[in-house]
Ligand binder design. Structure first.
Ligand code: MGD
Ligand code: MGD
Ligand code: SF4
Ligand code: MO
Length: 677
C-alpha cells in the first residue's frame, strides 16, 4: 500500500550570490523538500530559475551533508574527523577563544565570511558577535567592491537601471558579464531586443558562453576596458555626438575632462586593448547615434589593479550621450535601488564594538594567517558561508597558514569543503529552507522574506542560532543574542529603510507571510551625489581627473582571468554530480594563436605557471577568448583533483586601486603542454 503524503507548495527564495535572488516554490511534507520550481509570481524572475536550483532538494538531502559537529582526528587537511556533541564543540571553541582573548586580545581571532548565504540576518549576524568580542574586523571585498567604488565615484548613490527597464533600450552593450551564467533572468530582454531588430554588442575577454546571443563580439585584452571607454568618448567628441548641454548642466568638470580626451585616439587604444581602431570608431558611432543605449556592466572588468578607474570611465561613457533619464538608457549592473531596504546596523551592531580592532582584508588572508611586516599571525580563524581555500587569491599561502599547528580553526559548513578539511572543529550548517530571513536582490528593485519550511536536518544550525549559542557560552548578556531569528526579521521589518518607503498594506502582508515585492525603480535623473551632479571629475578620488591606468604588470605573457561557470556558483553545487560532470575537468581557455605557438591542441593536459605556483588544466582552444588571454571557468574542489592546486594558486594577494577589492583577474602566467610529461 502506498502511503498518502500530504504535501504543500510553499514560497521560498534562492539564498545564493546572484543578482536576482529568484523566488522559488518548494513542495514539502513538513519534513523534506520534495520538489523545487521557479515562483511565477516573483516580480523579476517570473518563474525562470537556473538549472542549478531545479534540484535544490538533492543538495538539501545529500548523503554528503555534514549533520553533526566534528572534531579533527587526522592531520590538518587530511579530512579525518569524528562526531562530537554541540556541547563539547562549543566548550572547546569558547574555551580556546577565552584563552586567546586573555593572552592576545581580540586581534588574535579572525572571523571570515563572504557570500555562501546572501540573506540579511544569516549572512551578517556574525558581525554582532565578533564586534562584541572585539575580534579582528574583516574587510569584505572579495567580489565587486572596486565596481561599487568606481560607480559611486561618479554617480554617488544614484540608482542605475533595473534589468526590467531594458525593454526600452535601443542598443544593448553587454560589457564583461557572462549573463548566461550569472544574469539568466535578464536574457529574455536580450532576446526580445534582437527580435525587435535592436543590436546586442558584447565586449568581452572571453565570449564563449555569450557569443550566440549577441550580434557583434568585441574581444578585448583583459584589464584594458578603460582605454576603450576613453577612445569611444574621444570619437563621440570628435563627431559632436556627446550631449554637451546635458553634460554641462548635470556634470561636474566636463570641459576639463573633454580637453584630456584629445590624446585618447582609437589608434592609441588599439595598442592597449588589441581592438582594431576601426572597430572602436564604429562602436563609438553606433553608441553615439543610439538614443537610449544601455551598458550592462559585469564585475569582471573591475577585478584588476585599475578596476575602480575602469568602472569610473565606463560609467562616464554611459552618461556621455545623455542616455540617463531616457527610458532604457544608461547603465545596468550596479546598484539599482533608491535606498537601503533595511537597517543593516540592527544586525551587525557596530555599537557592540568597544575597540576598533585589527582590520583584515579578506583578500589578504594568506598574510593574516602567516604574518606580514606589520602583524603577527592570528591565533584562531572562524569561517562561515565561505570557502577561502577555493575562492581567495594566494591559495598556497592560505593553505600554508591553515596547516599551522598553533592555529585554531573552526568552520561552520554544510559540506566537507577544501577549507573545512583544515578545521579543528566543524559545525554543521543549515540550508536556507531550514531558516528564516529577508533577502534583497542586488541586481533588481525587489525585496522579500522567506520563513523556515522544515526543521534543520540532523544537528545542523543556522548561523544565527550558532552565534546565539556561542554568545551564551562566552557570557554575552545582550538581549540581541537571546532573540530568535524570526524576531530579528520582524525587527528589521518594523524599522525599514527608505527603500521600503512606498510599500503598501497588501505588500507588507506579503512580507509578513513570506514572499517578494517589487519596489519602484530609481529616478535616474536624481543624482544622489554630494553636489547633486554627476562627478565626471571627482576631487575626492586619488586621481581626480579620470585617466587610463594600466593593470598590474607581470613578466609572464598570458593574462589569466577567472570566469563563472553555468554549472556551479563559486564553491556552491560541488556536491551535485550531474552539475560537476556537466562542467567536466578544470579547463583553461586559450586562443589558437597562443595554443599553436606552444604546440598545444584542444583537450591536451597543460601546466599553467608563474612565480607563485604550477597548476594543471585541460586546454580548451577557442577563438572566442582574446589572444594573449587564458580563462579558467568555475571553482573546483582540490579534494576531487587528488589535492592538485586550483587556479587561485596563480593569483597574487593584491588589491584594486579603489574599493580594496580582489584583483583575481589581474595575474600573468605562461603555459606548457603536459602531454608525455
Ligand atoms: N552560474 C553562476 N552564476 C553566478 C556565479 C557563478 O559563479 N556561476 N557567480 C555569482 C557571483 S559571486 C557574482 S559576483 C556574479 C557576477 O556576475 P557579473 O557581475 O555579471 O559578472 P560575470 O558574469 O562573473 O562576468 C565576468 C565576465 O567578465 C569577463 N572579463 C574578465 N575580465 C575582463 C576584462 O578585463 N574586460 C572585459 N570586457 N571582460 C572581462 C569574463 O570573461 C566574464 O565573462 O554572478 C553570480 N552568479
Ligand atoms: N577562481 C575563482 N575565484 C573566485 C571567483 C571565481 O569565479 N573564480 N569568484 C569570486 C567571487 S565573485 C566571489 S563572490 C567569491 C565567493 O567566495 P566564497 O564566499 O568563499 O563563496 P563559496 O566559495 O561559494 O563558499 C560558500 C560556502 O558557504 C557555505 N554556506 C552556504 N550557506 C551557508 C549558511 O547558511 N551558513 C554557513 N555557515 N555556510 C553556508 C557553502 O556550503 C559554501 O561552501 O569567490 C571569488 N573567488
Ligand atoms: S542560483 Fe541564481 S539564477 Fe539560480 S535560482 Fe538562485 S538566484 Fe536564480
Ligand atoms: Mo561575487
Amino acid at each position: 500500500m502506498t502511503e498518502l503524503r500530504h504535501t504543500q507548495w510553499k514560497k521560498t527564495i534562492c539564498p545564493y550570490d546572484c543578482p536576482t535572488s529568484c523566488g522559488l516554490l518548494a513542495e514539502t511534507d513538513g519534513r523534506h523538500i520534495l520538489n523545487i520550481k521557479g515562483d511565477p509570481e516573483h516580480p523579476a524572475a517570473k518563474g525562470l530559475i537556473c538549472r542549478k536550483m531545479h534540484r535544490y532538494m538533492d543538495s538539501i538531502h545529500s548523503p554528503d551533508r555534514i549533520l553533526t559537529p566534528l572534531k579533527r582526528t587526522g592531520e590538518k587537511g587530511e579530512g579525518k574527523f569524528m562526531p562530537i556533541t554541540w556541547e563539547a564543540a562549543v566548550d572547546e571553541i569558547t574555551g580556546r577563544w577565552k584563552e586567546i582573548l586573555k593572552e592576545e586580545g581580540g586581534n588574535g581571532i579572525l572571523p571570515f565570511y563572504y557570500s555562501g548565504v546572501m540573506s540579511v540576518v544569516q549572512r551578517k549576524c556574525g558581525d554582532a558577535f565578533f564586534n562584541r568580542m572585539g575580534a579582528c574586523s574583516l574587510v569584505k571585498t572579495l567580489c565587486s567592491s572596486a565596481k561599487g567604488a568606481g560607480y559611486e565615484a561618479v554617480m554617488g548613490h544614484t540608482g542605475c537601471l533595473d534589468p526590467r527597464e531594458l525593454c526600452d533600450s535601443d542598443l544593448l552593450i553587454v560589457w564583461g558579464s557572462n549573463m548566461m551564467a550569472t544574469r539568466l533572468q535578464a536574457m529574455p530582454a536580450l532576446k526580445a531586443a534582437r527580435g525587435g531588430g535592436k543590436r546586442v554588442v558584447l565586449i568581452e575577454a572571453c565570449g564563449e558562453d555569450m557569443a550566440p546571443y549577441c550580434d557583434q563580439i568585441v574581444l578585448i585584452r583583459p584589464g584594458t576596458d578603460g582605454a576603450l571607454a576613453l577612445a569611444m568618448m574621444h570619437v563621440l567628441v570628435e563627431e559632436g555626438l556627446e550631449d554637451r548641454e546635458f553634460l554641462e548642466e548635470y556634470g561636474e568638470g566636463f570641459p576639463e575632462f573633454k580637453d584630456t580626451l584629445k590624446d585618447y585616439t582609437p589608434k592609441w587604444a588599439e595598442e592597449i586593448t588589441g581592438i582594431p581602431s576601426l572597430v572602436i570608431r564604429s562602436l563609438a558611432l553606433e553608441y553615439g547615434r543610439a538614443s537610449r543605449p544601455a551598458i550592462i556592466l559585469g564585475s569582471g572588468p573591475s577585478r584588476y589593479g585599475n578596476g575602480g578607474m575602469t568602472v569610473r570611465l565606463i560609467t562616464i561613457l554611459s552618461v556621455f550621450t545623455g542616455a540617463w533619464g531616457k527610458p532604457g538608457g544608461g547603465l545596468c549592473g550596479c546598484s539599482p535601488t533608491a535606498g537601503p531596504y533595511v537597517d543593516d546596523a540592527l544586525v551587525t551592531r557596530p555599537d557592540f564594538r568597544k575597540t576598533p580592532g585589527r582590520k583584515v582584508n579578506l583578500n589578504l588572508l594568506g598574510n593574516a594567517l602567516n604574518g606580514d611586516r606589520n602583524n603577527v599571525p592570528v591565533k584562531s580563524l572562524y569561517v562561515y558561508g565561505s570557502n577561502p581555500v577555493g575562492s581567495v587569491c594566494g591559495q598556497t599561502q592560505v593553505i600554508k597558514g591553515l596547516r599551522r599547528p598553533d592555529l585554531f580553526t573552526v568552520v561552520h559548513e554544510r559540506f566537507m569543503t577544501d577549507t573545512a578539511r583544515y578545521a579543528d572543529i566543524i559545525l554543521p550548517a543549515a540550508f536556507s529552507v531550514e531558516q528564516s530571513d529577508c533577502y534583497l536582490a542586488y541586481g533588481y528593485c525587489t525585496f522579500g522574506t522567506a520563513y523556515k519550511l522544515t526543521e534543520p536536518a540532523g544537528q545542523c544550525k543556522s548561523n544565527w542560532n550558532t552565534f546565539s549559542i556561542l554568545a551564551q557560552a562566552m557570557g554575552y548578556e545582550e538581549e540581541y543574542f537571546k532573540r530568535s531569528e524570526e524576531e530579528m526579521v520582524e525587527k528589521l521589518l518594523e524599522e525599514p529603510g527608505p527603500g521600503l518607503g512606498h510599500v503598501s498594506g497588501g505588500e507588507w502582508e506579503i512580507l509578513r507571510k513570506g514572499g517578494v515585492i517589487s519596489t519602484p525603480f530609481a529616478d535616474h535623473r536624481l543624482f544622489r551625489t554630494a553636489s547633486g551632479k554627476i562627478m565626471i571629475v571627482n576631487p575626492k578620488q586619488p586621481n581626480p581627473m579620470p585617466c587610463y591606468l594600466p593593470a598590474h604588470a607581470g613578466v609572464y605573457p598570458l593574462r589569466l582571468i577567472a570566469v563563472p561557470s553555468q554549472y556551479t556558483l563559486n564553491s556552491i553545487f560541488l556536491d551535485r554530480e550531474e552539475l560537476t560532470a556537466g562542467r567536466g575537468s578544470m579547463k583553461l581557455m586559450i586562443h589558437p594563436v597562443d595554443a599553436d605557438s606552444r604546440g598545444i591542441r584542444d583537450g591536451d593536459p597543460v601546466i599553467a605557471f608563474n612565480e607563485l605556483a604550477e597548476v594543471e588544466f585541460t586546454a580548451r582552444v577557442t577563438e572566442l577568448v582574446a589572444p594573449g588571454t587564458a580563462a579558467a571557468a568555475g571553482i573546483y574542489s582540490m579534494a576531487s583533483r587528488g589535492a592538485g592546486l586550483l587556479v587561485n594558486a596563480l593569483h597574487h594577494q593584491r588589491l584594486s586601486d579603489i574599493g580594496e577589492a580582489t584583483t583575481l583577474n589581474d595575474n600573468r602566467i605562461d603555459i606548457r603542454s603536459a602531454v608525455n610529461v
